[in-house]
Write a protein that binds this ligand. Structure first.
Ligand code: BTN
Length: 318
């Protein structure tokens, strides 16, 4: 009901009498008053003036499920959103929902994470109301070894969503670190449930530093606000990213890897650079020459041999 009351107030953009709302939404005046109180508590600024009624003055930048789904206009991605105020990690809930058969496109979002997970066992700082932390369940018909491509798809989609909403051009560092002027502003983590003949589902986790203040960030990290010098609506940004994922996922299904790889190439800052692969037994350093159809990085070492790296981390040497 709260969602319908909000929708009504948003569409009116002016005072509406309690009687009108009650009649249209078939709710008693008393129940309406209670819902208005609850909405106020959630941060919605709703004024009540005798003889005029209620007016919605402002909406909080909270990632409530109905704020995300309303006017999202996608067919698959984000049709179902699970919202949490604070969670250990959206990955865990999304994996659990995936096992329980949640539909493809389901999103789990949290305002804060207490155990946000990064790649390679690292953690992801997830302060409340500052960033966007979400996990998306997909059920693509691909082999487990083809999954890195979906991570690239997510990276490309975050770049596109951020560009549309803020005009900031994030740069992709292989495989899927998203940078602003060399500092990390977003990251992507994927986990999957594989079967012998393919994957059952994949969970793509996205963390973005949105409205984090510079002083709260590690020296190697940045945020959209730090760069833009103004706050970004997290609701609108998340919606833009979900729309971009929907478009790119459709493109991937229609045209395969090539279209996604092409987009990744045009937004990346790794190809052409001297790179060092970290966390391997033996040292691997060379020139990043290309990425393969499955998302692997092709490095030409100093003997001229091409080595393919599928996972891990790299540093840009120059
Ligand atoms: C990285 O190391 O770059 C990946 C970071 C991924 C963080 C996101 S935040 C939402 C989702 N839940 C998590 O615990 N991690 C991912």
């Amino acid at each position: 009901m709260q969602e319908r009351i909000l929708d009504f107030l948003k569409r009116k953009q002016d005072y509406v009498s309690g009687e009108d709302i009650s009649k249209h939404l078939n709710v008693t005046r008393q129940a309406l008053w209670k819902h208005i109180q609850d909405l106020r508590e959630a941060g919605y600024d709703i004024v009540a003036v005798p003889h005029l009624g209620y007016k919605l003055e402002s909406v909080p930048d909270r990632l409530f499920a109905f704020e995300i789904t309303s006017r999202l206009n996608t067919r698959l991605i984000g049709k179902r959103v699970y919202y949490f105020d604070t969670l250990s990690s959206t990955m865990d809930i999304a994996m659990k929902l995936g096992m329980e058969g949640a539909q493809e496109g389901t999103v789990v979002v949290a305002e804060a994470q207490t155990k946000g997970k990064g790649r390679l066992g690292r953690s992801w700082l997830s302060p409340k109301y500052k960033g966007i932390y979400f996990s998306l369940i997909l059920r693509p018909h691909v082999l487990p070894q083809e999954c890195p491509l979906l991570t690239l798809l997510a990276a490309v989609s975050v770049v596109e969503g951020v560009r549309r909403k803020t005009a900031i051009d994030l740069q992709i560092k292989w495989p899927n670190d998203l940078l602003i002027h060399g500092k990390k502003a977003a990251g992507i983590l994927t986990e999957l449930k594989a079967e012998t003949d393919g994957i059952s589902f994949i969970v793509i986790g996205v963390g973005i530093n949105v409205n984090n203040d510079a002083k709260s960030l590690m020296p190697s990290a940045s945020s959209l606000k730090e760069y833009r010098k103004e706050e970004v609506s997290r609701v609108e940004l998340l919606q833009e990213i979900l729309r971009a994922i929907e478009e790119n996922y459709a493109l991937f299904k229609e045209q395969g890897n090539a279209a996604i790889i092409e987009k990744w190439r045009s937004d990346n800052v790794t190809l052409g650079k001297r790179v060092k692969v970290v966390g391997r037994e033996e040292l691997l350093e060379g020139d990043a020459v290309d990425i393969d159809a499955d998302g692997g990085l092709l490095i030409r070492n100093d003997s001229g041999m091409i080595v393919k790296v599928m996972a891990g981390d790299i540093v840009h040497c120059r």
